[in-house]
Design a binder for this molecule. Structure first.
Ligand SMILES: [Zn+2]
Length: 420
């Protein structure tokens, strides 16, 4: 192992994004097939969110899996065997479960499946995997219950974000976001009576003001899965027109969502709470990062943590991050989607971003095994990039180490105001 790789292997991590949720992460009945289905490898077989032209009844990641057999594993390991999500997960599982061949085969899957099931029945297994991954802090996005107290439900390592999607659809008690969440149900849980639009604004304020008590450290805008992210200048009158209607016009829906998102960004700025935002892919016709440039510019006091390298528009994102100094970059997921895109992007980010505080790392996973794989991959890829930069004389070895410490944990500690 090189000096750089050995240094990075010992650095502790502040993981700024996961989808660790009790129903999946702490499930005691987990099979080898579940690890593949409830991961990005699962996305190779079925995209778990509908496009605007599609509909679905259930989230395929949350419904019960068929039995593990070689025939149910082969679609991942053979048909999609060259996909990066699959490569990442298979490597991590083989490492954790000490599979000598270094791959899952028709002759070793059965014993591996037995051990996966056995390990997940032991409450110590998940925390021990996270320890082996070197993770000290995790910010999770529990989209099946955005009001959850993650420290209470998942352990003291955890904080969470509040996903605001359902609020942007809350014009009527029956309207929900793509995760099936309803802001009106949140109001009921929080004891807020919604007799008009102004009560709804109060509900948003109460949600933000309750965050600290629930260990929630940021708001999360994942609306790129629900609609386009052209969050235009708020039009309050048009937004109010949507209130109470079961079927508002497309203009009224958009104005309602735009107004709510803008209002949350303002609240976040006033209270110095960060806003994490999904960019790129998702509903790909509307998820270009430049669509949020107006929103970011309108809220110079709000700190935006923009995700996934806005794939495939990474250079547009870097351009924005150079111009708009209230942008930070959450590298989450990008190293899983494409290690080669991640490496070339990281090389550029090091050069372009105005200072060393800007980059952070996350896993974006459901099970601890995939989180472990993700950070093993991240340590390796970041090590390769930093070594390359030192070798070409861009900066010196100690500069690379300092930057690595910042990306791995120090930036997130400062950004979220949480010590390690
Ligand atoms: Zn995510």
């Amino acid at each position: 192992m090189s000096r750089m790789h050995s240094y990075l292997s010992k650095l502790s991590l502040f993981d700024v994004h996961e989808h660790h949720m009790p129903g999946i992460l702490l499930n005691r009945e987990v099979s080898l097939l579940d690890l593949f289905r409830q991961s990005y490898a699962g996305w190779t077989q079925e995209r778990p969110y509908p496009l605007l032209s599609e509909s679905r009844s259930d989230d395929p990641m949350l419904v019960a899996a068929p039995e593990t057999r070689w025939e149910t594993l082969a679609p991942f390991l053979e048909h999609s065997g060259s996909n990066s999500f699959v490569r990442n997960l298979e490597a991590g599982i083989c490492d954790l479960y000490e599979i000598e061949e270094g791959r899952i085969t028709s002759s070793n899957w059965k014993e591996l499946d037995r051990r996966v099931q056995l390990n997940h029945r032991n409450p110590e297994w998940v925390p021990s995997v996270l320890d082996r991954a070197g993770i000290s802090r995790i910010v999770t996005d529990p989209y099946d219950d955005p009001l959850m107290d993650a420290a209470g439900s998942l352990g003291s390592r955890y904080h969470s974000v509040v996903r605001i999607n359902s609020f942007a659809f809350g014009w009527h008690p029956d309207s929900k976001d793509h995760n099936g969440n309803s802001a009106h149900e949140f109001a009921e849980r929080m004891g807020v009576e919604l007799s008009g639009f102004d009560d709804y604004i109060k509900l948003m304020e109460k949600t933000v003001d309750s965050m600290k008590g629930l260990n929630q450290v940021a708001l999360k805008n994942a609306l790129a899965y629900d609609r386009d992210i052209c969050f235009d200048e708020p039009d309050e009158n048009l937004a109010r027109n949507a209130w109470g209607k079961s079927n508002p016009s497309p203009e009224e829906r958009k104005a309602f969502g735009d107004y709510i998102v803008d209002r949350f960004c303002r609240l976040a700025g006033e209270r110095d709470i960060p806003m994490q935002m999904h960019l790129g892919s998702a509903l790909i016709r509307g998820s270009h990062p430049m669509n949020v440039a107006g929103l970011v510019e309108r809220h110079p006091n709000t700190r935006f943590l923009l995700m996934h390298l806005a794939y495939p528009w990474t250079q547009d994102l870097f351009g924005m991050a150079f111009v708009l100094r209230n942008i930070w970059i959450d590298l989450t997921w990008s190293m899983l989607l494409s290690p080669s895109h991640f490496k070339s992007s990281l090389r550029q980010a090091i050069e372009i971003l105005p200072d060393e505080s800007r980059m952070m790392l996350g896993g974006d996973n459901w099970h601890a095994e995939e989180t472990y794989s993700t950070f093993a991959t991240s340590r390796k890829l970041i090590g390769e990039v930093l070594e390359g930069k030192v070798k070409e004389g861009y900066f010196e070895y100690q500069d690379a180490e300092r930057l690595a410490r910042k990306i791995f944990s120090e930036n997130a500690e400062a950004f979220f105001g949480i010590g390690s």
